[in-house]
Design a protein around this ligand. Structure first.
Ligand SMILES: Cc1cc2nc3c(=O)[nH]c(=O)nc-3n(C[C@H](O)[C@H](O)[C@H](O)COP(=O)(O)O)c2cc1C
Length: 428
């Protein structure tokens, strides 16, 4: 019977176990999760979302406080045109975070970084160049360009000494988007090393419009494979979005995929950055709780759980400390929505209905973004005597994907039935 372990992903000279754990911002796909994928021979992603903020939490740096104090004057206005990131600080934060992950690397796999174009950071080109350059400087194995067409991204780093040595790929949701990227690559003589094809059941932001429901991953993958074949381009295609069992994965390999990219099942692992409480909300989710929202000020649809604490919040825009979604003119859709929201009789803002302050709520893990099949997570583990679901190890899920057949899911031994080390020694 076919299983995922029958396949390997070749990127240049390197062979990987064909599992990529997708990037999940903000620091949901932690370095610890990426390092596990790497140790097991696959590819793990760290995310480059809000790294100055993440670095402050992880390494006790002060990038966010410094920025917030510098722009104190604009806190009570809606004019954020002056609020900018210090590029040197951004470079430092990115370098520190990526270097720290790379220093801990073990095993034959790879550590890649997911870099989102839609994080405009008030100066799209400059901040993107800084983030890409710092990642390469820090020795990242690969870059996965996401959340955008990345028409100019390759050009931004074309003169970097590691431009041809690091693996660079892109996430697309159609062959049309891939064609645009290939055209931009031609200008700097660089083909992508891999293409992630993300379908409409994925977590995070979706590369579709309101009609996302009319698409399916398999059809898009077949279309991209056909297109690459016609163009005689040998670029591994990596499907993502709704691949829930090892058998789902093996079926995509039979079509001619190079690997699979997975995320949702890893949200409930010890290594995942979500708070413990949020992991239990993910486990408890029912299908009716999961919806594709228009809440994101990026303009992309965002799949979330209706239990997300960010929904109907009235938090003041946090552009001075954060401001990752501000465009080059100092605008963000949340700023407009907040400004347009009325106040109650005591002068307090009512709940902002249409948008969320993505920066604030992602920084607090208040936005429970998730893949469509999150409601199946409860079937992958044990309900413990405490009433909580057992959080899994990344290794367990990784191996379940690799070795399972017939859509079976390997549920681990319940942890409350495991002997404690002391009892084990006594009984031995
Ligand atoms: C919690 C969560 C956060 C995500 N965040 C990002 C992100 O920041 N950038 C990105 O490109 N994709 C993001 N994704 C998409 C994943 O990287 C991945 O491609 C997709 O979810 C795979 O489908 P699956 O979750 O059904 O396995 C996220 C997914 C989840 C579940």
């Amino acid at each position: 019977m076919d299983k995922l372990d029958n396949y390997r992903l070749s990127l240049g000279q390197h062979q990987y176990v064909p599992i990529m754990i997708g990037g999940m911002g903000v620091n949901i796909s932690t370095a610890e999760l990426a390092l596990e994928a790497c140790r097991l021979g696959g590819i793990g992603h760290i995310s480059d979302a809000m790294l100055p903020f993440v670095s402050d939490k992880k390494f006790h740096t002060h990038f966010t406080k410094t920025k917030s104090e510098k722009y104190r004057a604009s806190r009570d206005t809606f004019d954020k045109t002056n609020v900018k990131f210090a590029l040197e600080d951004l470079h430092q934060a990115q370098l520190k975070f990526v270097e720290s992950a790379m220093e801990q690397k073990k095993g034959d796999g790879g550590i890649f970084i997911n870099v989102m174009e839609k994080l405009n950071m008030a100066a799209p080109g400059e901040t993107l160049r800084t983030r890409l350059t710092a990642s390469l400087d820090a020795g990242i194995d690969g870059i996965t360009l996401s959340a955008g067409l990345h028409n100019s991204s390759l050009k931004l780093i074309a003169d970097h000494p590691r431009f041809n040595d690091a693996k660079i790929g892109i996430i697309v949701s159609s062959s049309r988007a891939l064609k645009i990227f290939l055209r931009s690559g031609k200008r700097v003589n660089r083909l992508p090393d891999f293409v992630v094809v993300e379908g409409p059941l994925a977590g995070g932001h979706l590369g579709f419009g309101e009609d996302w429901n009319e698409y399916n991953l398999k059809d898009i993958v077949i279309d991209v494979l056909d297109f690459l074949k016609k163009e005689q381009l040998d670029i591994p295609v990596i499907p993502a979005g709704g691949i829930f069992t090892g058998t789902d994965a093996a079926e995509f390999m039979q079509l001619g995929s190079g690997a699979v990219q997975l995320a949702t099942r890893f949200t409930v692992t010890q290594e995942c950055g979500l708070p413990t409480k949020a992991k239990q909300v993910y486990f408890n989710a029912e299908e009716k709780d999961i919806f594709v929202s228009t809440l994101s000020p990026t303009g992309y649809p965002l799949r979330v759980l209706q239990q997300s604490p960010c929904i109907n919040s009235n938090v003041k825009p946090q552009c001075e400390p954060l401001g990752y979604i501000l465009n080059k003119d100092g605008n963000c859709q949340y700023l407009d929505a907040y400004e347009a929201t009325a106040v109650d009789e005591k002068g307090r803002k009512l709940a902002v209905k249409d948008k969320i302050c993505l920066c604030y709520h992602f920084s607090k893990y208040n936005t429970y973004t998730c893949g469509h099949y999150t409601y199946r997570l409860k079937d992958t583990t044990n309900k413990l005597a405490s009433g909580e679901y057992q959080v899994l190890s990344a290794e367990h899920i990784f191996n379940d994907y690799l070795y399972s057949t017939d859509h079976k899911i390997d549920v681990p031994q319940p942890e409350d039935e495991l002997e404690s080390p002391a009892e084990f020694i006594k009984s031995a």
